[in-house]
Design a protein around this ligand. Structure first.
Ligand code: CA
Length: 225
């Protein structure tokens, strides 16, 4: 997942970023509300972790602006114990969930997994499924029945995004931004190269799922079974 972390407590922010990266997430960490708001407006994140008490702009204002701008990215608010009123305001302002500090890392990861679920996406024990395919999110293994292959980091990210979209079209632009980021100098051909790798692995697995191009738009998964 691409995660935006807006937290001003440096040690907490660093610890969370390290934890999330160890779980193969891409983390963008910013230390104040203004920067958080600006980043959130990109709309490329799968989840935003947003502290309430922040310098420059508080978390609730960030949340209100982001929702006003039509950005629907799930938001997990971080609150201190004595901010009960803020939790209510936060949920009213469009937060999807909140976590009270201090929290366990297991609880944070469980909440994030729940928030990142999209309609049509079925996750059980961190497995993402489509057709006869199962993508194991913690081990980067793609399996089909008894057959399985390991995926490289970019192959894994692409597979994860395609499987999450399922029968909905995945725009090519979204793949590039989510897998390579805005700053990366990536030609469209790079995406094709990785899709070729993935198609070979699907063939090796004898999966009935195929990655079909949608001209001028992106890609879609089809299950020929
Ligand atoms: Ca804070």
């Amino acid at each position: 997942m691409r995660i935006l972390l807006v937290e001003d407590e440096r040690r907490l922010s660093e610890a969370l970023a390290q934890l999330l990266r160890a779980q193969h997430h891409q983390v963008t960490a910013v230390p104040d509300g203004e920067a958080g708001c600006e980043k959130a407006m990109d709309g490329v994140f799968d989840v935003i972790i947003l502290d309430i008490m922040l310098p420059k702009m508080d978390g609730l204002t960030v949340l209100a602006r982001v929702r006003q701008a039509g950005i629907a990215t799930p938001v997990l608010l971080l609150t201190a114990k004595d901010e009960v009123a803020d939790k209510v305001k936060g949920l009213d302002a469009g937060a999807d969930d909140y976590l009270t500090k201090p929290f366990s890392t297991e609880e944070l990861l469980a909440r994030l997994r729940a928030l990142a679920r999209r309609p049509g996406e079925v996750i059980s024990d961190d497995i993402l499924r489509f057709g006869d395919l199962a993508l194991h999110l913690s081990s980067y293994v793609l399996s089909c029945g008894a057959a399985q292959v390991s995926l490289g980091h970019k192959e894994f990210e692409i597979a994860r995004i395609l499987l999450a979209h399922g029968r909905a079209v995945t725009p090519k632009e979204e793949l590039i931004v989510k897998v390579w980021g805005y700053d990366a100098d990536v030609g469209y051909n790079n995406v094709e190269v990785y899709l070729t790798f993935l198609r070979k692995k699907l063939a090796y697995l004898r999966s009935t799922v195929q990655i079909r191009p949608v001209r001028g738009v992106g890609y879609v998964l089809e299950d020929a079974a």
